[in-house]
Design a protein. Structure first.
Lengths: 157, 720
């Protein structure tokens, strides 16, 4: 039995210690916003925040997630519309959208650490793979958030 | 007909209620609308009493934007309030029952908008006419005195108004007009505008919209393994260790795959790794890169090939030429690598009805595959179309994942099972972009004009693989010869020979099928321009007839990119122009090559003429998408074959470009009207040759095979 704190709520899950956090989220916790893409921590579709850090949940055993604050896309803001999600809508970032929840979680971690990231910061932190090629818009949305020019920036929801 | 809620709401409700027994099908009954319920005005349009409009979409959404663009076209002619528009997928089951009322459900070939724009716009216009007629009848006034705009009908002489929601019920009972006229695109208010896509909010909120997100009460999960050697069959299975693992419910053995069913996908996949399978490789275990290359070489050497094009006499052209240029090009197999792996949830209900949820590029094909696998009539099957986590041609003509999902469900009657492939399974069991090899020979006269061009193409046939029973006319598969068989350059003597060499690797439609020919042709044209001592843009323009839209996009891109102007040190340009999938696309690439020989694409300028543009922002997004999708295949992607199986297995050895590699993409939309072209694929066509031509400008080295990682590009020139 593992006690997990996900999106501010505590859950007890009876799973194998080696089960990756991703499959606890998508399984017993019924939080399908976090995606499986590769299972080897390369693509980043499974990115969640663990104590504020962007982490590939497909390679994090559930036993290592105990006692940490885990935030998934579903928990990004109380009403489900975080400023980053709003910027993503405003700049029409997603195409198929499959990688975008992970992309948004990476951007959240990046902007928390570097409110005004340089291009090099973005390139270094945003290592998520997008097959559709939304990178230009990801950059545009992050820059707008950093500069405060996204129309929703600063509005609490 | 009265309906209480949309299909997606229906799914949620039925799930919440604890099972699909709440899922009943509804059928239209003209004029039966009640108070407070939504009305189907026609098959495409449902209007709620509060004026909300639900537009049914028959094509699939995989990020290309068709879901929104088609809604824009319907809403334009309906003339409703866009803020009140939502969309839902048309039901494949109803489609069958209602005699294919929604036309084609196939989503490929950049056809979504261009091949249905006529009938979806007519559906919108027809519904508007019915709403106006209903209002006129209520007022007992002539229809000609009534006008509809933004969801409101106005009786012009008196100024009285009715909302669409007021009269939708009555309108549904009227006969549709026999003829409707469509708006001139110049007058569009909703279509043609960069409106926000309808599917994006759910996607950024992480809502369960994809095939892999389906959740049903009591649902189990499956992971599957197919023979690593294509075509292989299961010979024997020892699943004792797997079946003893936690959460494992069943091993499903079929002729060509095994699957483990468990209460969690990770558990199913871990257990699958413990299943010992002996495979019958059906004699394919020897094939490898060498045998495939030999097969293609033999094709090029074949002297009795069918001709995909014959104009004039190439031999006479060569005889008259001052110079003859010859080159051989090749490209490897490529995987689609859709971000969402192949998936299918199937549930053989206790009442014998089969429900399927899947990410499909063709809901109707999924329905047919599911019904055939289950041995049920089409009417006893429903396919719930989910949003696709990428498609790129992988999820259309082949419905392998649906057959597998339904086979597993048959082994678990009454229990919904969600099958998802592992990434490894996905990379190793694709229907790949064909590997091919092409030899081109051209004769140029003393003035630098091309007198003759002879092309020989050795390439597997996608049609032959996907539709084994379909006739390939005269031995020619269009997608294997296109861009040569329909080359727009005015060359009097042309011959295109096709050697169909299939091998055992399954091939399929990979974004812009045939795009490798655009690479070969447009790089060879650059070789000819150099041999002729001409500028690559001027050389092409000289071979394009007046009025050819290839000219227009080429001129537009040359202007936008500053072709002929100087570049910063280290940057070099390349150009290409290709028409396909209904549109015309020209591109200029700016690249650099480092001292270590590493290429980098800095800027792409692309000009596209698609006739009309329904959503300019989506079209720009598709141009950006085509650049990134193609870039990986230029730089490093390849599928290698060894011992009959694919060597690559995941994103570590089939890499995708990351954000740091993304060039600036500038899209110049030059819609000239009068035709409807696509956007999902045309943008990729000139990419590879434009980049490789720029690499030549940078290094003096011709790239005649891909990917670039196999080329030694050291020794770049300082400036272009």
């Amino acid at each position: 039995m593992f006690k997990l704190t996900v999106n501010g709520r505590t859950h007890s899950v009876d799973v194998e210690p080696g089960m990756p956090l991703l499959w606890v989220l998508r399984g017993p916790l019924d939080l399908p916003g976090t995606k499986y893409g590769c299972g080897i921590a390369v693509c980043g579709s499974c990115t969640v925040l663990v104590d504020g850090e962007a982490v590939r949940s497909c390679a994090l055993p559930v036993s290592s997630a105990v006692g940490k604050q885990i935030i998934t896309i579903e928990g990004l803001s109380a009403k489900g519309r975080h400023r980053i999600q709003k910027a993503w809508i405003e700049y029409e970032v997603p195409q198929c959208g499959y990688c975008q929840t992970g992309m948004i979680m990476s951007a959240t971690a990046l902007l928390a650490k570097h409110p005004k990231p340089t291009d090099a910061d973005i390139d270094r932190s945003m290592t998520n793979l997008c097959r559709c090629g939304t990178y230009a818009r990801v950059k545009k949305a992050i820059r707008a958030l950093a500069e405060g020019s996204a129309s929703h920036v600063g509005k609490k929801t | 007909m009265a309906i209480a809620f949309s299909r997606r709401e229906f799914l949620k409700v039925s799930t919440a209620l604890g099972g699909g027994l709440a899922l009943e099908f509804w059928f239209p009954a003209n004029g039966a609308a009640g108070v407070g319920v939504a009305t189907e005005v026609n098959a495409w349009i449902v209007i709620h009493p509060d004026d909300r409009v639900v537009i049914r979409i028959a094509r699939s959404e995989m990020g290309q934007g068709t879901y929104t663009a088609l809604a824009q076209l319907v809403a334009e002619e309906l003339d409703c309030d866009w803020a009140k528009v939502s969309a839902e997928f048309a039901s494949p089951n109803e489609h069958v029952r209602r005699k294919r009322i929604w036309g084609s459900m196939s989503t490929g070939g950049s056809m979504g908008v261009r091949s249905s724009q006529d009938y979806v716009r007519k559906a919108g216009a027809s519904a508007r006419a019915m709403l106006v007629a209903a209002a006129a009848a209520q007022w007992k006034v002539p229809e000609a005195d009534c006008m509809a705009a933004s969801g409101i009908i106005t009786h012009q002489p008196t100024g009285r108004k009715l909302r669409y929601g007021d009269v939708a019920g009555a309108a549904a009972g009227l006969a549709p007009p026999k003829e409707v006229s469509l708006r001139d695109p110049a007058d569009w208010k909703i279509a043609g505008k960069p409106l926000h896509r309808l599917d994006i909010p759910d996607k950024v909120l992480g809502r369960p919209v994809f095939g892999v997100d389906v959740a049903l009460p009591g649902m189990l999960h499956a992971s599957i393994a197919q023979c690593p050697v294509f075509g292989g069959k299961v010979a024997s299975v020892d699943a004792r260790a797997a079946l003893a693992m936690r959460g494992v419910k069943k091993l499903v053995r079929e002729e060509d795959f095994v699957a483990v069913v468990a209460d969690n996908w990770w558990r199913a996949n871990e257990a699958l790794k413990k299943v010992k399978v002996e495979w019958d490789e059906v004699g394919n275990g020897q094939a490898d890169n060498r045998s495939i290359t030999a097969m293609l070489r033999e094709g090029l050497a074949d002297v009795k090939l069918p001709q995909a094009r014959k104009l004039g006499d190439v031999q006479a052209g060569f005889a008259a030429a001052a110079k003859v240029v010859e080159a051989q090009y090749q490209a490897p197999y490529l995987s689609h690598a859709t971000p969402e792996p192949q998936t299918c949830t199937a549930w053989l209900r206790p009442d014998g009805f089969l429900e399927v949820w899947t990410s499909t590029q063709n809901g109707e094909a999924s329905l047919a595959a599911a019904a055939e696998t289950a041995g049920l009539p089409l009417e006893r099957v429903e396919v719930h179309k989910m949003m696709l986590g990428g498609g790129f041609g992988r999820r259309g003509a082949t419905q392998d994942f649906v057959r597998q999902g339904v086979s597993i469900a048959k082994a678990m009657p009454g229990v919904p099972v969600k099958m998802m492939w592992s990434r490894e399974e996905d990379i190793q069991h694709d229907f790949y972009r064909p590997a091919s090899m092409v030899r081109m020979k051209a004769g140029i006269d003393a003035l630098g004009r091309v007198l003759a061009m002879h092309t020989t193409i050795a390439c597997p046939s996608i049609t032959r693989v996907l539709m084994p029973t379909a006739a390939v006319k005269d031995g020619i598969d269009t997608s294997a010869v296109r861009f040569f068989s329909d080359m727009p350059y005015a060359v009097a003597n042309q011959q295109v020979d096709y050697a169909m060499r299939n091998g055992h690797v399954p091939v399929g439609n990979w974004r812009a099928p045939g795009q490798q020919n655009a690479f070969y042709r447009e790089c060879f044209i650059d070789e000819l321009a150099e041999a002729a001592g001409k500028d690559p843009v001027e050389f092409r323009l000289a071979m394009l007839k007046e009025g050819d839209k290839n000219r227009l996009v080429l001129e537009a891109v040359a202007k936008a990119a500053g072709w002929g102007t100087s570049l910063p040190a280290g940057l070099h340009r390349g150009v290409a122009v290709v028409d396909g999938f209904g549109s015309y696309a020209a591109m200029v690439a700016e690249v650099s090559v480092s001292a270590a020989g590493e290429p980098k694409v800095h800027r792409i300028v692309v000009a596209i003429d698609s006739g009309y543009v329904v959503n300019p922002d989506t079209c720009r997004a598709q141009a950006e998408s085509n650049v990134v999708f193609g870039l990986g295949s230029i730089l490093y992607q390849e599928i290698n074959v060894k011992d009959g199986r694919v060597v690559e297995s995941n994103f570590h050895d089939f890499p995708l470009p990351r954000i740091a590699e993304m060039p600036v993409v500038e899209t110049v939309l030059v819609p000239t009207g009068g035709f409807w072209g696509g956007h999902g694929e045309p943008g990729i066509l000139p990419l590879t040759p434009a980049v490789c031509n720029a690499i030549y400008a940078a290094t003096g080295k011709r790239v005649r095979s891909l990917p670039l990682k196999h080329h030694d590009l050291r020794g770049a020139k300082a400036s272009g």
